[in-house]
Design a protein around this ligand. Sequence first.
Ligand code: PHE
Length: 346
Amino acid sequence: MQERLLELQEEALQKVTAASELKELNEVRVAYLGKKGPITEVLRGMGKLSAEERPKIGALANEVREAIATEIEQKQKALETAAVNAKLATETIDVTLPGRPVNKGNLHPLTRVVEEIEDLFIGMGYTVAEGPEVESDYYNFEALNLPKSHPARDMQDSFYITEEILMRTHTSPVQARTMKKHKGQGPVKIICPGKVYRRDNDDATHSHQFQQIEGLVIDENISMSDLKGTLDVFAKKVFGQDREIRLRPSFFPFTEPSVEVDISCKICGGKGCSVCKQTGWIEVLGAGIVHPNVLEMAGFDSKKYSGFAFGMGVERIAMLKYGVDDIRHFYTNDVRFLKQFNHHEA
Ligand code: PHE
C-alpha cells in the first residue's frame, strides 16, 4: 500500500510538471485528489490493515495528498502568471504610433449662414426671437395688415391645417407676436430666424419648406435711411466689403413704403452676367417701413413710433454666398455636397 501511494505521488507530480495549461492541471487535480481518485481508493482498503499499520498508511496518504495539492497550487500560480504575461506581451500599445485622424463633422451651410447673420445683428444690439411654425391666421396674416380675402394673401400659397390655423408662410408673424409682448413700449430690436412653408412645387429655386430671417426695429424716429444703413452693413459683412446695395420700390401689405433690396453682382462687377441676369444686380430680400396699421394693431402709437422690417430667405443668401445652383442640395444631405463647407470660415 505504501508503495502504491508513493507510486501515485510520483505519477501525479510528473503529470503536474507536464501540464502546460490550466485546464490540463485541473484534470490532474480531479483525477488524483477527487473522490473517485486512486488515493481515496487506497484509503478505502485500509480496513484490511492491522491496527499498527493503519495510522502509518493514513498519515502517508495525507502527506501524499498534501504534496500533490501543493505542487498543483504552485503550478497553477505559475501558469496564471504566464498567461497574464503572454496577454500583456500581445497587447502592448506603441504610443509612438501616429494617431488615426478623427472624422470631424461640420455645420450645415444653412446653419452657418443663420449663425453668421445672427452674430452680425446681435453685435448691433438685436436679440433673437422665435415663434411657432404652426401659426394662427391672425398672426400670419391679419395682424400684418392682411385681412381675410385680401388679394395679397395669394402672394404666399399656404398650407392650411384648419380654417384658422396654418403652417406659417413667413417669419413676419414673429414680428406681430413680439410687438404685442412689448405692450406698446419701444424700442424693439429683433431678428427672427425660422422655417416657413409655402405651397410651391420644388425645383432648383423653390422649396415648399425653407428658412427665413426677419428683422424688426421699432423706436422713435426710425426712417428709411436707418433701414438702408443697416442693410448696407449686412450686405458688406455677408457678401464682401466691395458690395453695394440698391433699393427698388415694391409692395408688402405690412410695410409702406416697401422695397426690394438688391446687391451688386460680384461675378461680373456690375457689367451683367447670367447670375444677375445681365442687370448687374441680384435681388436678396424684401423690406420696408412698418405699416401704421401693423403698429396700431399690436398696440403701438404710430404717431410716436415708427419702424423698419426686412425678411430674407436663408437658402437664397447661402446660394449666392457659396455659389450653389440648386436649392435641393441643402436638403438631400449628400455628404459630398456638405463636406465642401468644411473649410469655409463664416
Ligand atoms: N415677409 C415677407 C416675405 O416673406 C418679407 C418681408 C419681411 C418684407 C418684412 C418686408 C418686411 O416675402
